[in-house]
Ligand binder design. Structure first.
Ligand SMILES: CC(C)(COP(=O)(O)OP(=O)(O)OC[C@H]1O[C@@H](n2cnc3c(N)ncnc32)[C@H](O)[C@@H]1OP(=O)(O)O)[C@@H](O)C(=O)NCCC(=O)NCCS
Length: 176
């Protein structure tokens, strides 16, 4: 159970005039979150640094346009670190991804985190651009992390964005 005295209303991250709303995810969101995870990551479980994450059980924020889900950020707070487990926007460049990230940053700060981090794969150059433009820094390179994971999860595709072979995890961090 989250202590609401140490949380922030995610609505405060939505810019004035935005055509979307955001709120915390809850039980009712699980069906579309499952669909979204399969669509983006080919599996409902997300792997990072060798850990399997059952994302539907994680806390997060969701964005909606006309009651339709258009974005998700799910995170895991452990100690003074907040790991972004998944971050997806189904709308194209409307500010939804930035807004969800701002909400998660506010939340992590309010709950005493000092570091926000994530891993992405070597093919995901749009994500590398997106986070670096939002002051995340590349802090580690985990060579062949995906190659090793694929032995356990053969459903992970060999080839990712732009025809790039998916092999490595790139870790990025933002100090809060
Ligand atoms: C990464 C991701 C979540 C970003 O979401 P998004 O909704 O596209 O993000 P935004 O709309 O906030 O920002 C994207 C661009 O649109 C621009 N933008 C923001 N608001 C805008 C607006 N109202 N009109 C036009 N452009 C806008 C931003 O400036 C940004 O460009 P920049 O990166 O050059 O600064 C999304 O691309 C995604 O789902 N990627 C696939 C999954 C993934 O790889 N996730 C990350 C690893 S877990």
């Amino acid at each position: 159970m989250i202590d609401s005295r140490n949380t922030l209303d995610p609505v405060s991250a939505v810019p004035p005039g935005a055509d979307f709303t955001i709120r915390r995810t809850n039980e009712s969101d699980k069906p579309w979150i499952r669909r979204l995870l399969r669509q983006y990551w080919a599996t409902e479980q997300v792997l990072s640094r060798g850990t399997v994450h059952n994302v539907v059980d994680y806390e997060g924020f969701a964005a909606f346009q006309d009651d339709e889900p258009v974005g998700l950020i799910a995170f895991l707070i452990q100690g003074d670190e907040c790991e972004l487990i998944t971050h997806n926007s189904m709308a194209d460049s409307g500010g939804i991804g930035s807004c969800l990230l701002a909400a998660a940053r506010n939340e992590a700060r309010a709950r005493g985190c000092r570091r926000m981090w994530l891993v992405t794969t070597n093919d995901n150059t749009p994500a590398l651009r997106f986070y670096q433009r939002r002051d995340f820094d590349i802090c580690a390179f985990h060579r062949d992390a995906i190659t090793k994971t694929r032995v356990l999860k053969p459903e992970l595709p060999d080839v990712g964005l732009f025809g790039i072979r998916v092999r490595h995890e790139i870790e990025m961090e933002y100090l809060l």
